[in-house]
Write a protein that binds this ligand. Structure first.
Ligand SMILES: *[C@@H]1O[C@H](CO)[C@@H](O)[C@H](O)[C@H]1NC(C)=O
Ligand SMILES: *[C@@H]1O[C@H](CO)[C@@H](O)[C@H](O)[C@H]1NC(C)=O
Length: 510
């Protein structure tokens, strides 16, 4: 019934969002009056700006646009009722008449409420070096030049699924490196990082987007909202898996003197399949030595690889606690050596560390484990906040900027270049993305890119989604290649000084 309750809240959360009037989702309400006279096209783009000298997150995973398009932008999104509601709303909000009622009515009359906009984007799941164009937006009818940036607020929110998918994939690189080094294979990699973040995110919609973004890289989650998003918006019937897991309430409600009974009950209730039992309610070390390793030892040994007991420490220094726990388990249950000469607990016994996990600690823990001779096979990780919430739009410096306009039928490249921060400069002109002859992915500016080389695909035009991706395709695009297990050279170096004829190729470095 707790599951059911979660489900009910989820539906309520999503409902609240969809009942909000679409027209009230923008701050850009007065901009239509601010462009120069006779503008007929506004062309803007999204990128994760590259920071000079920054080395973290040098490549990003593009994910999440399809949800925004399906949910908010496709079909007949403008109606007379919405126009009336927005008119009243903004009259109250600005205390003057600034809402462009006439402009919106024209969308209704000319296009039956469908948006005359074209969006070109990198295929979802693609790995793109930071600092490149990821999608572009333009109006397809000169009357609606003001629409391009009207939808900015919504589109810039793409920072969130992109950042989560990118961070989740960085976890995967670290896990792959250690797993390969200490076991000789990548078996089980997709289950190494479990998403514990549902309760730690700011809203149901964030949970859905962030949870789905993690599922681009892994198959292990408790964030049910993400599974629903993968199902409803990315065509995946069941994108992730979980197991019965104890939490402190289900252990301590037995009373301090009956922790053994609480543990035993977990084994009774879930005799087959993996089961995870949080074991630090009182003393994790005593629990491992005296309960798991002694009183319930026979019950644990009875279990199989497919039904293993996964012990969960949940406090203390993650690396130190984990190493002490694994040593106690070795004393009680023994261990064997794998093909790489690293120690592995019996296959019916594993550990999951879900406390204090982030990109740094996971690397440190696995480093220390391998220093002590232990394979990464012995542990799973769970991550909440560091995966879904401890990030913001600056984590990847996400921005949406105008780079080209047409005035009186004449095109003009535009840009910003603030003297106070060159890294906030923007790209110029019509943009395309290509893989050059050195296999580097780069943005070609000023409209000189060849259409046949362009990696950007039209995904949305005049109210219709024209290209869709399934989670399966996205996962394939985001796959970890073997080269990532060694430090990658890919697009990490600043480009060598450019020949004059290459000056339009900026690759995010200005
Ligand atoms: C705008 O276009 C109109 C009609 O073509 C023209 O008469 C007018 O001079 C233009 N205004 C500006 C400021 O370019
Ligand atoms: C979208 O609308 C514009 C303006 O009406 C039109 O020129 C263009 O051909 C349309 N695109 C498609 C794919 O129908």
């Amino acid at each position: 019934s707790r599951r059911n309750m979660k489900f009910t809240f989820l539906i309520m959360g999503l409902h609240l969002i969809s009942s909000l009037t679409w027209l009230i989702m923008s701050l850009i309400i007065t901009h239509y009056k601010q462009y120069p006279p006779n503008v007929s096209k506004v062309y803007s783009y999204f990128e994760c700006r590259r920071k000079r000298g920054g080395t973290q997150f040098s490549e990003i995973v593009f994910f999440g646009l399809q949800y925004l398009l399906k949910k908010y932008l496709s079909g007949r999104v403008i109606t007379e009722e919405k126009i009336q509601e927005a008119k009243v709303f903004y009259q109250m909000h600005f205390r003057q008449t600034v809402f462009d009622e006439e402009g919106w009515r024209k969308v209704l009359e000319k296009y039956d409420g469908r948006l005359p906009i074209r969006i070109k984007a990198v295929p979802e799941g693609k790995i793109i070096p930071r600092g490149n164009v990821l999608f572009t937006v333009e109006n397809t009818d000169p009357d609606f030049f003001w629409l391009t940036n009207y939808i900015e607020t919504m589109l810039v929110q793409m920072w969130y699924p992109i950042s989560v998918a990118t961070i989740s994939r960085e976890f995967k690189k670290i896990l792959a490196k250690h797993l390969k080094a200490t076991s000789g294979s990548l078996e089980g990699l997709d289950f190494k990082l479990h998403d514990f973040g549902y309760r730690g995110v700011s809203s149901q919609e964030s949970a859905a987007l962030g949870g789905a973004a993690h599922l681009v890289n892994f198959c292990s989650t408790d964030t049910v909202a993400g599974l629903l998003m993968a199902q409803r918006y990315y065509g995946c019937p069941m994108a992730g898996f979980s197991m019965p897991a104890a939490e402190h309430s289900t252990i301590i409600s037995w009373g301090r003197s009956r922790e053994k009974e609480a543990f035993e009950s977990m084994l009774d209730q879930f005799p087959t399949g993996p089961v995870s039992v949080v074991s630090d309610s009182y003393d994790i070390f005593k629990a491992c030595r005296h309960i798991w390793g002694d009183k319930l030892k026979e019950r644990v040994i009875e279990r199989s690889e497919d039904s293993c007991l996964i012990i969960r420490p949940d406090s203390g220094d993650p690396a130190e606690t984990l190493i002490e726990v694994i040593k106690i388990l070795e004393e009680c249950f023994g261990c064997s050596l794998n093909s790489q000469g690293f120690k592995v607990l019996p296959s019916y016994l594993r550990i999951i560390q879900g406390d204090g996990i982030d990109l740094n600690s996971v690397d440190e823990i696995l480093e220390k484990l391998s220093d002590e001779g232990w394979s990464a096979e012995n542990v799973f990780f769970g991550c909440g906040s560091a995966l879904l919430q401890k990030l913001n739009r600056d984590t990847l410096n996400c921005a949406f900027k105008c780079s080209y306009v047409e005035i009186n039928g004449k095109g003009m490249d535009v840009y910003k270049q603030p003297v106070t921060d060159p890294s906030k400069g923007s790209k110029r002109g019509l943009l395309s993305l290509r893989r050059n002859s050195d296999d580097f992915i780069e943005t070609v500016e000023r409209g000189v890119g060849k259409p046949e080389e362009d990696m950007l695909v039209i995904v949305f035009e005049n109210g219709s989604i024209v290209q869709e991706y399934t989670l399966e395709e996205i996962r394939k695009n985001a796959r970890l290649l073997e080269d990532y297990m060694a430090p990658s050279q890919h697009n990490q170096d600043e480009p060598k000084s450019l020949e004059p004829h290459q000056k339009h190729i900026m690759n995010g470095v200005h």
